[in-house]
Every structure is written in structure tokens, then in C-alpha cells.
Design a protein around this ligand. Structure first.
Ligand SMILES: Nc1ncnc2c1ncn2[C@@H]1O[C@H](COP(=O)(O)OP(=O)(O)OP(=O)(O)O)[C@@H](O)[C@H]1O
Length: 603
């Protein structure tokens, strides 16, 4: 036979079959399959023709199969039983032709379905990632990275298996089941009726398993995410792990998650293992009924051997199709569990969006004013800022100091509109930043973060990150101003040298100077330096002062630091005090400290 009922597309997700409770771990809320389709069916736009072609081609292959079985019965009765060889050739060549057509249709069907599935995956992954990028960075920071990555990979695939290739499989399998059932009825309707009576038993069995599979799959998705998180955290923090001799603890953590995964896998294997034999018992009962009834009919001369054999062949094709439909319900249950987790991401609304009438900020002198600003982080009852007012005049260096947790870095997050203040306003050159597009606002403000953030590309990629169209000369100019050019020249591939994961192949000071070069190249009128000397020793800090001075020159700079040693003499310094109950944010103006090494003061 041609074998049209092969699975059109195997899941590429490794070890998906898991179960068992994952203690203390939150699962995404359960969402119905109907809601999954409502959410993701629009993503099939533009691909529906491919999926429809996949269905049509698989149906053509199934029809060829039906005709081939009919020819098999014909050859049995007209050639084998009568020993008439001349009657053999025509049906034999027709059968060959059908096999060829079925083969081509089956291949083309699988190909177009896979193409549709891959394009669906590509588009959906892009959509979820784009949505994630609209959420404040805190969304990712409040979650485990490995788990988020699992949602963007495995869970997105699970959705495809439900809405794309899963649907194609459901339609083609259902169509094949109808064809084989009709063909069986055509041969002997009464015999067919008897055997079809057992079909509901298949469906009952799969229904009984579906709920358990769904729970098992939901646990697996969560467990998979947790294991990815342990891997991601362990590898990303390897220097810390090794420096603190925590390798055995990290290995134990992974082993524990691996155990949960293993136990869950075994639980699901148990379910799958039980499902197969349960279905097989029903199938065997059906075949015995056919053979017994068929033998009786042949003895009475009411059925030919060819008729019985082709009838049995139709049912042999029909039962796997019905079984496959039942299994599909199980796959759908699994896939729905993954889609719940993706819907949870897509359902998260960005804390901040552009106002409908937002205008683009033009480059101005860079006056920044916090006007009676009040703010509390979402889900935190205690406000961080209350009634805070402070202004940084164009070209001025404003130093913001204060104890840890006072809300200094929060000022930078508010200025970039990662959040909006609950009260008051923040003005850039006199315009409320809520009325500006976030893109134009952010291109007017450059932040040098407390932790130097680099990507794993080359030195050049990292310097040009804020201006990817910058020429090599511009990149070199910025590197020279940041005092990093001489060092880069010595690297084996110069500006094309990879900096390693998060810039780990460079020293802290080198990373900081590359970040300064990046900020110089970006050339925004407002600069926020969040603890630029954090983690640097005295000598390295001294080395980056000059480049920092060049960066600050001519820009409005808000320097956030609790280390006043490097602050230029005469710079306006304000101290932010932690908020006490019912109190307003208090800013104390403190004089510029007198110490030997200071930042170059901007004009
Ligand atoms: N994403 C967040 N969600 C909830 N609370 C937060 C978040 N980020 C910061 N906080 C809280 O807000 C307060 C102010 O934090 P912020 O980082 O602004 O302090 P800071 O003055 O910059 O401290 P440091 O000098 O230690 O960097 C802290 O109590 C902190 O725990």
C-alpha cells in the first residue's frame, strides 16, 4: 500500500512527554483550545493556501490508496482465483500508476505543509519577540530568562503543531477515515456496520486519556522552562559559580530539575504506553469479528475472497486513521498547554505606550526637569519617589547622590519612559515626555548603565550599536575620544575582534571605555551616567575619567553616584534621601567635595 497516513510532520521538540507535579511553580493559566485558535488563527493569514494545498494533496494520496485496495481485491478474484494471467496486466499497471500519483502527492503535500508550518513559526516567534520588546525591561528581569526562552522556542512550536500542521493532519486524517469507511461500506455495508460499531470505543479511550495528557503537558512546559533557567543562569554566571566553588551546588540544582523532568517524562511515557495496548485490544476484536463473519459469508457463497481481503484492508487503513484522530486530541491537549504560556506573554500590556497624538522630539539644548514627580513600581505599595522636583540645565552636570535604594536609578528609568510617573511631570526642553514618541525621546537621551552591557559581536558592532550606519572612521573617532583606540589596534582582528559573551573577553575598564565610545558616537544631548565607576579600581577609574569628561562635554549630564571622589569641584550635587512614610522626596543640596581625582568638568 502507499502509506498515506504517515505522520505529516514530527515534533522537533525534544522529550515533550512529561508530567508530575512541579511543587511551588506557577503554571500559566489554563486557556481553552478555542481561545488558542482565536488568538493564533490570524497568524495563518498568507499561509492558508499552503495548508489547503497540503490537505488537498494528502486527500489525493488517500483516494489513490482506496483505488489501489479495490484493484487488489479485483486481482485476487479475477486473476488469482481464476488463474487468468491475461487479466493481470491492466490492473497491475493501473495500480503502479496510482502508487506513483500517491507518492508524488504525498511528497508535495508534506513539503507544502512543512513550508507553511516553518513560515508560521518564523512569523509567530517574531511577533512574540516584538511584543516582548514593547514591555519594560523589568518584565524580563522579573522572570527567569531560560523560561522565557522556552516560551519563544518550544511553546511557539507547540502552537504551530496545534494551529498549522496539526490542523492539516486532523483534516486529512478525517477525510481518509471517511474514504476508507465509505469504501468498506461499498464492499459490504452490513459487515461494515458491525465493525464500525466499535469505533466509538476508540474515541472514548482517547477522551479518557486527553485530560491527563493536558495536565502532564502543562507540567512539562513549566518543568522545561525551569530546567532551561538553571542552565542559562549557571552558564551566564560561570565566573561567580567557580569563584565561590558552587559548581557542585549548580550541578545538584540541574540534577534536581532533570529529575523532575525525568519523572514527568516517565509519567507521560506511562500514559502513552497504556494508550497503545488499549487501542490494540479494540482493533484485535474488530479483526476477529471481520474474519469470523467473512469466513461464514464466503462459505455461504455471499462474499468472494477478494471482497473479504479488500474489506479487511480498508478496515486496516481505517482503524489507524481513527486511532490517529484520537491521538490528535492528545497532541492538541499538549500543544494547548504550551500556547497558554505564550498567550500569557502576549496578554501582558506594556506599562508605557506612545500617546495617540505623540510628537517626535527634536534635538534641543537638553534641559531636563523633574516636576513634583511621584512614583511607585507596579505591584509595590510603597512609593519610591514623592513630590520630587529637580532640574538639570542645558550643558550642566547634575550629580545625584544618596544611599542605596533611595531611587537614583529609578530617575533614569523614568526619564527613558520605561515607566510613567504616577504624579507630576518630566520635561525635556519644556515638553512633557509623555507627549513625545518613545523612540525620539530615547534618541535624545543616552544612558551609561551601572553594569556595562555589551553584545557578543565585534568591538565595532558594539561601538556602533546606537548608530549601526556609522562608518569605520566615525567608529574609530569615537574610540579615540574614549581612549580605547590604541588598545583595539593591538587586538588580533582590530575592530573586528569578537568581545565574547557579554564582553567577557575584555577587562572591566575596557568594557567601560567601549561603552563610552558607543555613547560618544550616539551623540545625544542628554546623558545619564549611572555609577560609571562602579566595580572599577582606583587606577582604572582614573583612566576613564578623561574619556568620560569628553563624553560629558557640551551635554546635560545627570551623574548618579554614591561615590563623590570623582565628582568635579563646583558641580551641583544633590542628595536623594530614602522616602519615609508620608514624606516627600527630599533633595539636599550638598557642596562639591574636595578630593584629588575628579571628572573633567564640562563647560
Ligand atoms: N523593577 C523594580 N520593581 C520593584 N521595585 C524596584 C524595582 N527596581 C527598583 N526597585 C526598588 O526601588 C527602590 C529604588 O531603587 P533604585 O534602583 O532606584 O535605587 P538606587 O538609589 O539607584 O540604589 P543603588 O544606589 O543601590 O543603585 C529600591 O527600594 C528598589 O528595591
Amino acid at each position: 500500500m502507499v502509506g498515506v497516513l504517515d505522520k505529516p510532520r514530527e515534533s522537533r521538540r525534544p522529550g515533550r512527554r512529561l508530567s508530575l507535579p512541579v511543587s511551588g511553580r506557577e503554571l500559566a493559566p489554563a486557556i481553552s483550545i478555542r481561545r488558542t485558535f482565536r488568538e493564533f488563527w490570524p497568524d495563518t493569514r498568507g499561509l492558508r493556501r499552503l495548508f489547503a494545498a497540503g490537505v488537498v494533496l494528502a486527500i489525493v494520496a488517500a483516494l489513490c490508496e482506496v483505488a489501489a485496495i479495490r484493484l487488489f481485491g479485483h486481482i485476487t478474484d479475477e486473476v488469482l482465483a481464476t488463474r487468468n494471467l491475461t487479466a493481470f496486466w491492466t490492473p497491475a499497471f493501473t495500480w503502479l500508476g496510482l502508487a506513483a500519483v500517491a507518492g508524488v502527492a504525498s511528497f508535495a503535500g508534506s513539503y507544502v505543509t512543512a513550508l507553511g508550518a516553518e513560515r508560521f513559526l518564523l512569523a509567530l516567534r517574531d511577533r512574540v519577540f516584538d511584543h516582548l520588546q514593547t514591555l519594560a525591561p523589568d518584565f524580563s528581569e522579573n522572570r527567569r530568562l531560560g523560561d522565557l526562552m522556552a516560551r519563544l522556542t518550544d511553546d511557539v512550536e507547540a502552537i504551530e503543531e496545534l494551529v498549522g500542521s496539526g490542523l492539516v493532519k486532523a483534516l486529512t486524517t478525517a477525510a481518509s477515515a471517511v474514504f476508507f469507511a465509505c469504501a468498506a461500506f461499498f464492499v459490504r455495508w452490513d459487515l461494515a456496520l458491525v465493525t464500525m460499531a466499535l469505533i466509538p470505543a476508540f474515541l472514548l479511550v482517547s477522551k479518557a486519556f486527553a485530560g491527563r495528557f493536558r495536565t502532564a503537558a502543562a507540567r512539562e512546559r513549566a518543568s522545561n522552562g525551569a530546567m532551561n533557567s538553571v542552565l542559562e543562569e549557571g552558564l551566564a554566571n560561570q565566573p561567580l559559580v567557580q569563584a565561590y566553588n558552587r559548581q557542585p551546588a549548580e550541578s545538584r540544582r540541574l540534577h534536581a530539575e532533570g529529575w523532575t523532568w525525568l519523572r514527568a517524562n516517565m509519567s507521560q511515557a506511562w500514559l502513552s504506553g497504556l494508550y497503545g495496548p488499549a487501542v490494540q485490544v479494540i482493533e484485535t476484536v474488530c479483526l476477529i469479528v471481520i474474519l469470523g463473519f467473512g469466513a461464514w459469508e464466503i462459505a455461504a457463497g455471499r462474499l468472494t475472497i477478494g471482497g473479504l481481503l479488500s474489506f479487511a484492508a480498508y478496515l486496516a487503513m481505517l482503524y489507524p486513521a481513527v486511532q490517529s484522530l484520537g491521538e490528535l486530541a492528545l497532541t492538541v491537549s499538549e500543544a494547548a498547554a504550551g500556547s497558554d504560556r505564550v498567550i500569557e506573554i502576549l496578554g501582558s500590556r506594556p506599562a508605557v505606550t506612545d500617546a495617540p497624538d505623540a510628537v517626535a522630539a527634536v534635538r534641543g539644548p537638553g534641559r531636563v526637569e523633574f516636576d513634583q514627580v511621584g512614583f511607585a513600581y507596579p505591584n509595590r505599595a510603597r512609593p519610591v519617589l514623592r513630590d520630587l522636583s529637580v532640574t538639570a540645565e542645558p550643558g550642566e552636570l547634575l550629580v545625584v547622590t544618596g544611599p542605596s535604594g533611595a531611587g537614583k536609578s529609578t530617575l533614569a528609568k523614568l526619564l527613558l519612559r520605561f515607566y510613567d510617573p504616577a504624579a507630576g511631570r518630566i520635561l525635556l526642553d519644556g515638553a512633557d515626555i509623555r507627549g513625545l514618541t518613545r523612540e525620539s525621546l530615547r534618541s535624545n537621551v543616552t544612558v551609561l548603565h551601572q553594569e556595562t552591557l555589551l553584545f557578543s559581536g565585534s568591538v565595532r558592532d558594539n561601538i556602533a550599536y546606537g548608530r549601526p550606519d556609522a562608518s569605520l572612521d566615525e567608529v574609530i573617532g569615537a574610540a579615540e575620544a574614549a581612549g580605547v583606540h590604541d588598545f583595539v589596534k593591538m587586538l588580533p582582528q582590530g575592530y573586528d575582534t569578537p568581545v565574547g559573551q557579554r564582553g567577557r573577553l575584555l577587562s572591566g575598564g575596557q568594557r567601560q571605555r567601549i561603552a563610552i565610545a558607543r555613547a560618544i558616537l550616539r551623540d545625544a544631548p542628554v546623558l545619564v551616567l549611572d555609577e560609571p565607576m562602579a566595580g572599577l579600581d582606583e587606577a582604572t577609574a582614573a583612566q576613564i575619567m578623561k574619556p568620560l569628561g569628553r563624553l560629558m562635554s557640551g551635554r546635560t549630564t545627570i551623574l548618579i553616584t554614591h561615590d563623590l571622589r570623582h565628582v568635579p569641584e563646583g558641580a551641583r550635587t544633590v542628595e536623594l534621601e530614602p522616602l519615609r512614610r508620608e514624606e516627600r522626596s527630599r533633595l539636599k543640596v550638598v557642596g562639591a567635595p574636595r578630593r584629588s581625582s575628579r571628572l573633567g568638568c564640562p563647560p
